[in-house]
Write a protein that binds this ligand. Sequence first.
Ligand code: SDX
Length: 432
Amino acid sequence: MTRTATLTFDGRELKLPVVEGTEGELALDISELRARLGLITLDPGFGNTGACTSAITFIDGEKGILRYRGIPIEQLAEHSTFTETAWLLIHGRLPNGTELALFREQLTRHAALHEAFKHHFEGFLVDAPPMAMLSAMINTLSCFPRRWNSSPAETPEDEFYEEAARLISKVRTIAAYSYRRSMGLPFIYPDPKLPYVANFLHMMFSMPYEQHVASPEVVEALNLILLLHADHEQNCSTSTVRVVGSSQANLFASCAAAVGALWGPLHGGANVAVLEMLAKIHHGGLSADQAIKLAKDSKSGFKLMGFGHRVYKNFDPRAIILKRAADRVLAQLGVNDPLLDVARQLEEKALSDPYFVERKLYPNVDFYSGIIMRAIGIPINMFTVIFAIGRMPGWIAQWSEQHADSKARIARPRQVYVGNQISDYVPIGDRK
Ligand code: SDX
C-alpha cells in the first residue's frame, strides 16, 4: 500500500505518492504536480530534491554512514583495494578471483595512450592546470575507438565494461602525463608489470634513466585515498555526469564534464584550498583564531575549507579514516608536517565553537586528504586530479545505472521566470 501526502492548493487537492528507499528514506513523487496543480517546486542547489533512485551508494548524513553497494566504507578501507572497489561499484557486488584478475588484466592492457595524445598535450602551455588537461583528454578518448587495442566485445554489456576499464585505466595515464607536461618532463610509459597505483606513481615520478619504485606504504596510502573517493551518491560532479549522460552523450563526454564540476573549490578543489589555508596559517599570514573568526563572518567570503557538507551533519566517515591514516602514513614515512598540527588545532577550535556546532559543520573528506597526498609526494596541483581518478568508477557506475533505467528522461529542470514582462522592440534611433 503506497503511502501518500496530500497537497491542497487553490481549492484543489492532489495526493502525492511517497517513495520509500531500502534504508527508510522517504521522497514525494511530484511528477504529476505541474499537470494537476500547475505548480513546480523551487529548490536552489537541490538540497531537498532527489534526482533519481540509486542502488550504488548509501549515505546517512545524520549518522555519518557511507556504504558502497551496502558495504560500510570502514570495511572496504580496511580490507579492499581501489581496483576491487571500482569493480564492486560498477558491477554491484564483490568480484570473485577470476573476475578481479580479468579486470586487472583489462586495466593493464588499456594503460597506454595512443601516440597522437602526445601532440594534444603539446598544445597546452607548460603551466596549464592538470585539471584542464584531464578534462580535455578524457573527452578526446572518445575520438580513439577502443577496437585498436582489444578483442571485439561479445555483447553491448561487454563493450560497456571494456570502455569502463579503458577509462579507469587511462585516466591514470592522462593524469600522470598532465603532471609531466606541467613540469616540462618527458612522458613515462606505463609498465605492464606494475599494479594500478604503483604504475601511476611510476608514470608520475620515474625518469628515462631511473624507474621510480614507490614504497608499499605510499602505494597503500594512495590506494586508500582513491578508494575513499570512489563514489558519493548524487554530489555535484556525479550529478553532472547524470545530467550530461541523460542527453545520451557518451561516457567520456559525461565524465569530462564531471571533471569540470569537481574542479571548483567548493567541491573537489577544496583539497587544494585546505592546504593553501593551512599553509597560510602556518606561515603566519593568518592565525587559527583569525581563520575561525573570518569563517564565521558571512561578509568575509572566507570559508573554513575542508569543513561542512551538504549531507553530513555529523563526521564525514572518510575524514575519520583519513585523519587516522595521516598519523600512520606520516609516521611510516618519517614525515613531520607542521600543517598536520595546524589542521588538528583548527579542527579542535572549530568543533568547540558554537557557530560550527550549531550548523553541524564537521571536517569532510578534503580536510586531511591533502596532508597525506603531500606526505607521499603528490604535488598540490595534482590533488584534485587524484580525487578525479578516485571518483571515476563512481561516475561510470552512476552513468551506467542511469542508462540502464528505461524510465530515465533527459534532465531538463524548470524555472520561475522573474524577468521583464512583455515589451516591444525599440529602434535604436528611438532609444534614450
Ligand atoms: C566535497 O556533495 C558531496 O558529497 C561532495 C563530496 C564528494 O565526495 O563528492 O563529499 C566532496 O565536495 C566535500 C566538500 C568540500 N568543500 C569544502 O570543504 C568547501 C567548504 N565547505 C562549504 O563551502 C560548504 O560546507 C559546502 C559547499 C561543502 C556545503 O555547502 P551547503 O550545503 O550549501 O551549505 P551552506 O553553504 O548553505 O552552509 C550552511 C551554513 C551557512 O551559514 P548561515 O547562512 O546558516 O549563517 O553553514 C555555513 C554557511 O555560511 N558554512 C560554513 C562552511 N560551510 C558551511 N561556514 C564557514 N566555513 C565553512 N566551510
